[in-house]
Ligand binder design. Structure first.
Ligand code: NIG
Ligand code: FE
Length: 443
């Protein structure tokens, strides 16, 4: 039986802070949203099964923000009655527009140098991802360039990516090391993440992925490299507080189930939270392992077997699906999202932005999820908001528009969420509000 339960809500909650009638200062209000997608957590955290379609929409919706927090969610009429704006209040009129929680991208690899645009020709010639990697391309090509790049270059590259992500409506991401693959360069990569998190409005959750590939100097000696990860890298990263999560690329020919288990157990013992790349190219029963190791989230799951999916269903792990990857690898199969939803497995979506699959846009990921994995627009939106927050253990702070949560919101220049995948390949954002401030204004 699933450990998750699905409450049946009676109505969408209208919430307001009302502490002894002391009215907080209102800095910004959004009014007249045609659809205010609140993603109210009354429909379950994470959203599973049928509830993935429950967006808790308020028509003619309104939100009031004080400093960096949401202090009111309801209709425009209710807001105006309770918080009449004064001349200092910034007012966003969202007539005919869609307003959603800030989008969350729970699986990315933004810290790298160099490009891999040449690999498309190899893929067209029929080379597989692993063949490209084994011939020194793929991850190893990026490792070469990233090792050579100074810290400042990695920060500069990351900044450009973050700016574009925010322009496309993303307000929180997870990102990883994994193109350093030695102590010095893994630390350098995570220092870049730390610096970007300090300087950029984007909230960035940091993951150590020393086990992304076996570096050339350890070719044929994977176990020795695993030892280096466990005895040197993890202690150093924990000591310098450079990551919250630890990830492993568990795949045939990369890191085995046993090696993955060893690394994740050592990481968890040191205080890092577990996540794993599984069953991307071959089914190695990664889903079963992820459930056994209590991973917070697992990525890919293209080939996961039924036993693994059953195990995930009974766990607390979020399945983060990355349809950009099969798209860029020109695979005909995508993760079995419909089956997962029907089973009650909570799914999130992410870009997986990396030099093989490079997009900053969760909007295009929503389109791929709908057209290739048969998600409905509502399910896809749940997967990049509240469920993506769960994949990062941030469901108390972000992922829905509720009183007390962070004021991270997107105003889209479309009348309803159904337009997100429908009008694809362009940026539908009108404004992005991060921590209560307008950070993107494309009017
Ligand atoms: O999640 N598969 C492993 N890691 C990344 C790709 C990294 C790369 O190709 O540079 C992924 O798809
Ligand atoms: Fe990835």
């Amino acid at each position: 039986m699933s450990v998750r339960s699905t409450p049946t809500p009676k109505r969408i909650r209208r919430k307001v802070i009302n502490d002894n009638n002391i009215k907080p200062h209102i800095d910004l209000i959004i009014i007249h949203a045609n659809e205010l997608v609140t993603m109210d957590t009354i429909y379950g955290v994470p959203r599973i099964g049928e509830d993935m379609k429950n967006l808790a929409i308020i028509h003619d919706g309104a939100v009031a923000i004080s400093r960096d927090s949401i202090i009111f969610v309801g209709t425009t009429k209710e807001l105006i009655e309770q918080f009449p704006p004064n001349e200092e209040t910034i007012i966003i009129d969202a007539t005919n527009r869609l307003v959603t929680p800030g989008l969350i991208d729970p699986h990315t690899h933004i810290i790298f140098d160099g490009y891999r645009e040449n690999e498309l020709e190899m893929k067209l010639a029929g080379k597989s991802y692993i063949e490209i990697l084994e011939s020194g391309g793929g991850i190893l090509k990026t490792v070469k360039a990233t090792r050579k790049a100074p810290l400042a270059q990695l920060i500069k590259n990351g900044r450009i990516i973050l700016d574009r992500m925010m322009e496309y409506g993303t307000t929180t991401i997870e990102t990883k090391s994994g193109y350093g693959l030695d102590v010095e360069n893994e630390v350098k990569s995570l220092l870049a993440v730390k610096e970007l998190n300090l300087e950029h409005p984007m909230d960035i959750i940091s993951t150590f992925l020393g086990a992304h590939a076996v570096p050339p100097e350890f070719k044929g000696k994977t176990d020795e490299y695993v030892d280096l990860i466990i005895t040197e890298m993890i202690p150093k990263i924990v000591e310098e507080e450079l990551a919250e999560f630890c990830d492993v690329f568990c795949e045939e020919g990369i890191f085995s189930l046993e090696q993955t288990k060893k690394i994740i157990n050592a990481a968890v013992k040191s205080g890092l939270k577990p996540q794993i790349h599984i069953d991307e190219i071959v089914d190695t029963s990664g889903a079963l392992l992820a459930a056994e190791l209590n991973a917070i989230q697992v990525g890919h799951l293209l080939r996961s077997n039924d036993k693994g999916l059953e195990a995930l269903k009974s766990s607390n792990t979020i399945a983060t699906l990355l349809p950009g990857t099969p798209f860029c690898l020109m695979l005909k199969d995508y993760a079995p999202a419909r089956k997962m939803i029907e089973m009650g497995i909570p799914i999130a979506l992410a870009t997986d932005l990396n030099p093989n699959c490079w997009t900053e846009s969760l909007q295009i990921i929503i389109a791929l999820a709908c057209y290739h994995m048969k998600l409905s627009p509502a399910e896809a939106l749940s997967a990049v908001t509240i469920n993506a927050a769960c994949a990062l253990n941030r469901q108390e702070e972000i992922g829905s528009l509720e009183v007390g949560k962070k004021a991270d919101l997107v105003v889209f220049d479309i009348p309803s969420h159904n337009f997100l995948p429908y009008h694809f390949g362009v940026n539908l954002v009108s404004k992005v509000i991060k921590n209560g401030k307008i950070v993107i204004d494309l009017e």
